[in-house]
Design a protein around this ligand. Structure first.
Ligand SMILES: NC(=O)c1ccc[n+]([C@@H]2O[C@H](COP(=O)([O-])OP(=O)(O)OC[C@H]3O[C@@H](n4cnc5c(N)ncnc54)[C@H](OP(=O)(O)O)[C@@H]3O)[C@@H](O)[C@H]2O)c1
Length: 254
């Protein structure tokens, strides 16, 4: 990616206050990228940006962004282009919403919000940047889906369905953009130690730190991977889970 850009490469991260996103921002800055951090809490993002600027000596901008405020997305490409002086090299979508499963079963609004944030909000952002990057013919788009999208489970199927929709969308986008040279990466983390998983009972060896997950995500993106499991051993775990016959799967407590 860097060789195609005349000056400093740039990336915008949506949902940049997420713990995985912070680790990705750190890694991109370490690799010489200028950053734009987009999210709801611009005050918190300002602190994160200040820290990145000091530690990496790279420009780091803050942009207000709410995944559910779809009307406001019309101005996203322009505001990113304004801060960098050009369309960014890359776009990473990292925001996500994991509702309490029992609450989402009782409350349709919560179940809908899960789809609105994880799928519709992500698709809205990616589609806008894809439209600009396709004619430019280079760059990268990436989004954080989840292993939860690989098979519906009683413990999180609203979230899993939304992440599956995102993964299928990204697969189609990758197909569409292949000829243009714009790379599209689907990131599928397993359990990562963040606010989202706080309090969950996860066997230690299956829990990855946000720092490691962020590093692996950036590596997959910059290598132009199509779909990356984070860490890679989740590919094998999900292969087994996906191939469990339904009559056995129904009896599990996953
Ligand atoms: N942790 C895991 O085990 C795991 C596993 C697989 C996939 N993932 C995915 O990884 C991504 C990052 O999650 P994380 O683990 O780093 O959790 P996190 O720290 O809780 O981050 C979630 C982020 O999503 C943002 N967000 C939620 N709703 C939003 C909205 N309407 N508009 C804009 N931003 C919104 C939150 O913003 P605020 O800061 O404003 O609240 C927060 O920064 C998510 O897509 C998640 O689904 C996580």
């Amino acid at each position: 990616m860097t060789e195609q850009h005349p000056s400093m490469p740039s990336v915008v991260i949506f949902g940049a206050a997420s713990e995985i996103a912070r680790a990705m921002a750190d890694e991109f800055a370490r690799k010489g990228y200028a950053l734009a951090l987009a999210g709801r809490n611009t005050e918190e993002l300002g602190v994160i940006a200040g820290d990145l600027r000091i530690r990496h000596q790279r420009p780091c901008h803050v942009l207000p962004f709410d995944a559910e405020d779809l009307d406001s997305h019309a101005g996203l490409v322009d505001s990113c282009t304004a801060v960098f002086g050009a369309l960014p090299d890359g776009v990473v979508v990292c925001f996500g919403f994991l509702p309490d499963q029992a609450a989402a079963q009782r409350d349709f609004a919560l179940a809908k919000k899960c789809l609105d944030v994880n799928y519709t909000g992500a698709m809205s952002v990616l589609e806008r940047f894809a439209g600009e990057m396709e004619p430019r013919r280079w760059g990268f788009l990436a989004a954080v889906s989840s292993v939860a999208g690989d098979r519906g489970r009683k413990s999180n199927y609203h979230y899993g369905a939304a992440k599956a929709a995102l993964a299928t969308y990204l697969e189609g986008l990758r197909h569409r953009l292949h000829a243009s040279g714009v790379r599209v990466t689907t990131l599928k983390p397993g359990f990562v130690d963040t606010r989202m998983t706080f309090g969950m009972k996860v066997p230690g060896p299956l829990l990855t730190s946000a720092e490691k997950a962020g590093r692996l995500c950036v590596r997959a993106i910059l290598r132009g991977r199509g779909t990356a499991y984070v860490p890679e051993y989740w590919r094998l775990i999900l292969l087994l889970i996906r191939h469990l016959p339904e009559f056995i799967f129904k009896k599990t407590n996953l």
